[in-house]
Ligand binder design. Structure first.
Ligand code: MOS
Length: 748
């Protein structure tokens, strides 16, 4: 077999696929150190109050129970609140597990049973008796709106909305107006792999922590800070992650509690959350957006007024970029937006795939559809008419925006141009058919990232960075990048990720990893090749053709061999031979990619976004109100696509999630106890295969040399943005009925 370099842009299958399907890939709950204890978390059944007494006689009597850890007997942890702030945390007072007797949310851990078996731990957890003093609480979102506020300190990635013109006056004067209250139900994270931690108590007194996280270095920083440990006492690993969509951005309570238990008993501890326990901590906030749009009869937008609120806990201010997207994406002389958060007695809502935009773009695009109809215009034509070539909110140029191309190519693929404008005009028997569309927008971010490249004796290239592959295909695209940058077949590359000891890489999220880690690996590989050539040039015992080639700059490294591009192609040297000629057993470099690399981005002051145009067909049973999505086309403009196979897979996955947002997923609160009550897959509906049609994802050509060093924008989140709106808009086209609250179910 001849091995070839796999270039960036090729549809390479996942290099970690075999390890995954054969069960060799190791996840957080899989290491099984000798003497490991199982921890089971006991959750508070009340939303607010304090623990009065804990009676643990019956629980301790269960054979195999070793300890019951509570706020009364837990080991010492950091004194100050700020030691519990995590890197991607939010302003406010971070929750400190088992800190004291106070209860701030239903589901709050009040104890951890540690036992020799999982069954014993769980049985004892059920026998633990806790008495509470109950305080009044509010878990009702509508009621919390009366207390909405703007936090005095914002999240680091929060973008404040910026007004232009006089939106109120322009709205009053607009001949065509629409106004509505749009709503999104809370949704919970349900990745295949639930949050889990295995803490291995090593013989030398250090801890190796296997955790389901998107950022091993962030978890390491959190644990060292919260547990007052030094950096070399804690190593965090997450080589494989069973899907993560933001719930692993912040360190979760299970990792803290497992480490606390291990510290207390000096034994290895594993804590896994049950599916039901996943429903207390990790959810996308409920949101309400009041949107008013004004236009001229010819469809020219005159005014946009957006007012949005999302929920947060009483102790932390989770904030989203909810209201800015329409102001950025549409040309309109007058626009204003306001955003606040509303506190209720639950755990803090959190980031979930395209946080802010998944909600804000979809709800806004539903309003845009209403306005297009109010102007009696085709929704695609309306959007093209109000198209902005710049970031209209900041009045700032963009590195690129091939949204127009995406709209045209997507429409072409879908067959949009045959669409009758009038709602309820297509039917097949009992089914009404509707076609809807929307556009999507998401940040194209870049974070400084380091990577190490090492050439080892057998000629293999070893790449290491602390990035996480959260199921996105990071291993694969980094291997492609290294293959092209160094000139070596992909089969000769080993990629090591998911370990806090590796070169620094930010937590994987925000769709920034492909651009950021990709650039770091590219730089490291280029620099390693230069080092190899330089070291060889200094070596006394290389052949004449190589000496000549190195001094004439005609030596190339391709497909894992050094050759001379001007000389006989039979003269070549393998990488292991080359390395041995240098007299060293390895060559290694580490590089850091930064924004502004090669002096472009930092000087240009341009805004950076990914865009998409989504087209949808639905069929609605006229008698039963059942909606089926029958076609979805998503045209994405995301700069350079590193791997069309894994990239399309990202977009499809997000479109499935967005289908859930539009039609199925809804966490229902029992306000009396402050608990999300449908905490299982029987009652919390996620789309099944039968709910999802063939999905067509196309990538529009978009050359962008400024957005990131490799021209990459990232695709993890864009598929969420616009898809739910396209479905909602198609339902209107099918039925003539507007639904402004997601999910749209037969009952609402
Ligand atoms: Mo994503 S919500 O940044 O994992």
């Amino acid at each position: 077999m001849t091995l070839h370099s796999a270039k960036i842009g090729q549809p390479v299958s996942r290099i970690d696929g075999l390890a995954k399907v054969t069960g060799q890939a190791r996840y957080a709950a899989e290491p099984h150190p000798a003497g490991m204890l199982y921890g089971f978390i006991v959750n508070s059944p009340i939303a607010r109050g304090r623990i009065e007494t804990i009676r643990d006689e019956a629980a301790r009597a269960v054979p195999g129970v070793v300890e019951i850890m509570t706020h009364l007997n837990r080991p010492h942890s950091a004194l100050f609140e700020k030691s519990y702030m995590d890197g991607l945390g939010v302003p406010g007072s971070p929750y400190r597990p088992l800190h004291d007797a106070e209860i701030s949310f239903n589901g709050q851990p009040v104890a951890v049973v540690l036992a020799e078996t999982f069954e014993a731990a769980r049985e004892a957890a059920m026998l633990l008796e806790v008495d509470y003093e109950r305080w009044p609480h509010n878990a009702d979102f509508e009621a919390s709106l009366h207390q909405k506020y703007m936090p005095s300190k914002t999240r680091s990635n929060y973008v404040p909305p910026k007004s232009r013109g006089n939106a109120a006056e322009a709205y009053a004067l607009s001949p065509i107006k629409i106004e509505g209250r749009y709503h999104l139900a809370p949704e919970h994270h349900n990745p295949m792999e639930m949050h889990a931690t295995t803490v291995i108590a090593e013989d030398d007194g250090t801890f190796t922590v296997w955790d389901k996280t998107q950022g091993p270095q962030a978890v390491q920083a959190y644990l060292t800070s919260a547990l007052s440990l030094s950096k070399d006492q804690v190593r965090v690993r997450n080589p494989y992650v069973g899907g993560a969509f933001g719930s692993g951005l912040r360190a979760q309570h299970n990792v803290f509690l497992a480490a606390l238990g291990a510290k207390m008993l000096k034994r290895s501890v594993r804590i896994t959350l049950t599916r039901q326990q996943m429903f207390t901590h990790v959810f996308r906030p409920e949101a309400v957006m009041n949107i008013a749009l004004g236009a001229q009869p010819d469809g020219t937008l005159q005014s946009m007024i957006v007012d949005g609120v999302t929920d947060t806990s009483r102790f932390e201010h989770n904030m989203e970029n909810l209201v800015i997207w329409g102001l950025i994406n549409y040309k309109c002389p007058n626009a204003t937006a306001d955003y606040k958060v509303a506190p209720r007695d639950t755990y803090t809502s959190s980031d979930m795939r395209a946080p802010g935009a998944a909600t804000g773009v979809n709800l806004f695009e539903m309003a845009v559809d209403e306005m297009a109809y109010a102007c009696n215009m085709d929704p695609l034509a309306f959007r093209l008419h109000n198209y902005s070539d710049i970031d209209a909110m900041h009045d700032m140029p963009l590195t690129s925006k091939a949204l127009k191309e995406a709209m045209h190519e997507g429409a072409e693929r879908f067959g949009w141009y045959n669409r009758p404008i009038a709602p309820k005009s297509m039917r097949d028997g009992k089914e009404l058919i509707g076609w809807g569309m929307a556009t999507g927008i998401w940040d194209a971010m870049f974070s400084p990232t380091s990577a190490r490249a090492t050439l080892i004796a057998d000629g293999r290239l070893h790449i290491a960075t602390a990035a996480s592959d959260i199921g996105t295909g990071t291993y694969t695209i980094l291997a492609q990048t290294a293959s092209e940058a160094f000139g070596i077949p992909i089969e000769m590359i080993d990629i090591e990720l998911g370990d806090s000891t590796l070169p620094e890489c930010p937590t994987e999220g925000g769709s920034w990893t492909a651009a950021s880690a990709g650039a770091a690996v590219w730089l490291a590989c280029q620099s390693l090749r230069e080092k190899l050539f330089k070291t060889l040039g200094k070596s006394g015992n290389i052949s004449a053709w190589l000496t000549a080639g190195l001094s004439n700059n005609t030596t190339v490294l391709q497909d894992g061999f050094l050759q001379d591009k001007d000389a006989d192609e039979n003269l070549r040297l393998s990488l292991s031979e080359a390395l041995s000629l240098t007299g060293q057993d390895r060559l290694e470099v580490e590089e850091t990619a930064k924004p502004g690399l090669r002096g472009t981005i930092s000087q240009m002051r341009k805004a950076r976004f990914t865009h998409s145009a989504v087209f949808c067909e639905v069929r609605v049973d006229e008698e039963l109100g059942i909606v089926r999505v029958t076609r979805l086309v998503n045209a994405v403009a995301a700069g350079r696509i590193m791997n069309p196979k894994t990239a399309a897979s990202q977009v499809r996955g997000a479109m499935v999630m967005a289908t859930g947002m539009a039609l199925h997923e809804e966490s229902l609160m029992d306000e009396r106890v402050g608990r999300f009550m449908n905490h299982n897959f029987a009652e919390y509906h996620i789309p099944a295969h039968a709910d999802i049609p063939d999905m067509d994802v196309l990538f529009v050509e978009e050359k962008d040399r400024e957005v990131s060093p490799l021209g990459v924008k990232g695709v993890g989140e864009i598929g969420m943005c616009g898809t739910a709106a396209a479905i909602a808009n198609a339902i209107f086209h099918a039925t003539g009925q507007r639904h402004r609250s997601l999910p749209i179910t037969p009952g609402n």
